[in-house]
Design a protein around this ligand. Structure first.
Ligand code: ATP
Ligand code: MG
Length: 230
């Protein structure tokens, strides 16, 4: 029997918040946890494509679908015909038609946000897009993921309150900190989960949270990470 395929869009119309960083690492983290994973690059800048083109070996499948129409058609076809547990879509900034198509097709959308009140205020244009997608797709879950948190600073209460005020989704219990490993692995064409580092733990936790939210049944073997680390 064909397995159920869940779609996860990583979206924010604001640029530079960590969409590609989160998508690429989460794809690796979920694949390492035992999910059959496809990473879709829907950004014409092709960040995740260029990142993993540098890789010797990638443990998930990849493709590029950069227009709203093609994305919608092809993701629908893949969900019906291919055998993935999860399809993760890295969305572009600004191009809200592509983002709307990706979010509308997903069971869960992860919205990376930077932990400053000004950044959160800048999401005014994003919220209507997310609400519209929820109207089209009532099963859609939205989850904010705080990224680039400074380890020394507590997450501002006003940031959490702004996110809660939007009343359209929850906030991931996993916080991604500002860590150099997230930058270093890009030049290597790999993911933080292949290293022993704090960032690896963050992404593994996010992968497990996502697997649980989607209700995926996978053959989770505790030794997968150990095996990958050698
Ligand atoms: N947690 C982090 N720690 C350190 N650097 C990070 C972190 N997250 C992202 N970065 C860096 O911040 C920059 C922007 O991240 P990224 O490209 O993932 O954002 P994006 O939202 O995909 O951007 P765009 O909107 O242009 O597609 C990159 O240089 C990335 O390496
Ligand atoms: Mg990007």
């Amino acid at each position: 029997m064909k397995r159920k395929t869940s779609v996860v869009a990583v979206a924010n119309t604001k640029g530079g918040v960590g969409k590609s960083t989160l998508s690429g690492n989460l794809a690796w983290g979920m694949a390492q946890a035992g999910c059959r994973t496809l990473l879709v690059d829907s950004d014409a800048q092709a960040s995740v494509t260029k990142w993993f083109d540098l890789a010797e070996e990638v443990i998930f499948d990849r493709c590029q679908l950069t227009t709203a129409r093609v994305l919608q058609t092809e993701v629908g076809r893949l969900r019906r015909q291919a055998d993935y547990d999860v399809i993760i879509i890295d969305c572009p900034p600004l191009q809200s038609d592509v983002t709307a198509a990706a979010v509308s097709a997903s069971a869960l959308s992860l919205i990376p946000v930077l932990p400053s009140p000004l950044d959160v205020l800048a999401y005014a244009d994003l919220i209507p897009l997310l609400r519209q997608a929820q109207a089209l797709n009532p099963k859609l879950k939205l989850r904010f993921v705080v990224n680039q948190l400074d380890g020394r600073a507590a997450l501002g209460q006003e940031v959490l309150e702004s996110l809660a005020d939007a009343e359209i989704g929850d906030v991931s219990s996993v916080r991604l900190h500002y860590l150099q490993d997230y930058r270093k692995v890009i030049a290597e064409g790999t993911s933080v989960v292949t290293r022993r580092c704090k960032a690896a733990k963050e992404i593994e936790d996010l992968a497990l949270e996502t697997i649980k939210t989607l209700g995926l049944r996978i053959n989770k073997s505790a030794s997968v990470r150990e095996a990958a680390l050698g």
